[in-house]
Design a protein. Structure first.
Length: 338
């Protein structure tokens, strides 16, 4: 498998396993923004909860202040019958308000005369207030929340009656809702500002430098070892860019050395090849001379054999046979001596 086929197969496998990918900028952006959003949401919830507690505390303080005005005589008990006045003072919708004397009779009320206690539980709460205790509780009725208070009225350190008020939480809820919307608006503004700040920070100081390193890597992979990247971020990325440039320089030097070694080796190989070719030519000449000499010797031997045959009057074949026999006998004798 070639390198291109391997890269293509790896790319196909990666695409099959990951239908989409997030670049490093998006990942850093999300990892940075999500904690900020969570912190803003958490702080907002705490702030809204604190606002709700503050509204309830303010309501209790307003009622306590109203009772103090009754005790000091700055407001008459007749003011308890003025529902509009009470709603203005309490800044909340008044369901009912009444003044109960020590005999547990309703002396003043925002409702019609002749009201009586609705239950024995209410009578017990009135008794607790007549004993000098402040009683407050929350009531849930048909999905709405109401608050009811029983405050003892003290004159000369003596309880002369009980102020009872039941208030809805409509106006307080509206104030809390508006406050929550305001907090939500601030959160959105904070998120938008954070988005812009994080984007500028990441894009300028991180992503752009990473893109430069990526471009430098691509150039090196193409064999452009003279390519240099310019990163000036005064952080680890700048150091990485410096070492990257030095690596390219070292690779270029190594490549030049290898090219020099390759050329030297090529020259030596050519010289060695020429030497071998010269020796082969000399060997061929020597072989030709040796073969020619052998042929001449064979021809001379044949002529000598013919002359001997002519002189002895024998045939050439018989003379050759005698010589062969003579050579064979000599070899046999030499073998016995050994």
């Amino acid at each position: 498998m070639s390198e291109d086929d391997w890269q293509n197969s790896v790319g196909d496998a990666g695409q099959a396993q990951t239908p989409f990918k997030l670049n490093i900028g998006t990942k850093i952006f999300l990892f940075t923004l999500v904690p900020i959003v969570l912190v803003l949401v958490f702080i907002s919830l705490l702030t809204i909860q604190n606002k709700a507690n503050t509204e309830q505390t303010l309501m209790e303080n307003r009622i306590a202040s109203f009772v103090g005005l009754l005790e000091s005589g700055e407001l008459s008990f007749e003011s308890i019958k003025d529902k509009a006045l009470l709603e203005n003072l309490f800044q909340e919708k008044v369901i009912h308000a009444k003044l109960i004397d020590r005999e547990q009779n309703i002396a003043y009320s925002t409702q019609t005369a002749g009201d009586e206690f609705s239950s024995d539980d209410e009578a017990d709460l009135v008794n607790q207030a007549l004993a000098g205790y402040k009683v407050a509780y929350t009531r849930q009725d048909k999905g709405s929340t109401t608050f009811e208070w029983y405050y003892p009225i003290l004159v000369d350190k003596r309880v002369i009656g009980v102020f009872n008020a039941e208030l809805s939480y409509e106006r307080s809820n509206e104030r809390i809702r508006q406050y929550a919307l305001f907090i939500l608006f601030l959160d959105l503004v904070g998120v938008i500002v954070s988005l812009g700040f994080i984007y500028l920070l990441i894009n300028r100081s991180l992503i752009s430098n990473i893109e430069k390193l990526k471009e430098a890597t691509e150039e090196l992979s193409k064999g452009n070892l003279d390519y240099k990247t310019d990163i000036r971020s005064r952080d680890e990325l700048e150091e990485l860019g410096f070492f990257f440039n030095r690596m390219g320089k070292d690779l270029n030097v190594s490549r030049l050395k290898l090219e020099g070694y390759s050329k030297e080796l090529e020259v030596k190989v050519q010289e060695r090849t020429r030497e071998l070719q010269g020796k082969n030519e000399e060997l061929e000449k020597f072989n030709k001379l040796a073969i020619g000499r052998e042929l001449k010797l064979v021809k001379m031997k044949d002529k000598i054999t013919e002359l001997e045959a002519q002189l002895s009057g024998k045939k050439v074949g018989s003379v050759k046979a005698e010589k062969l026999k003579d050579i064979s006998d000599r070899m046999r004798k030499q073998g016995k001596k050994r």
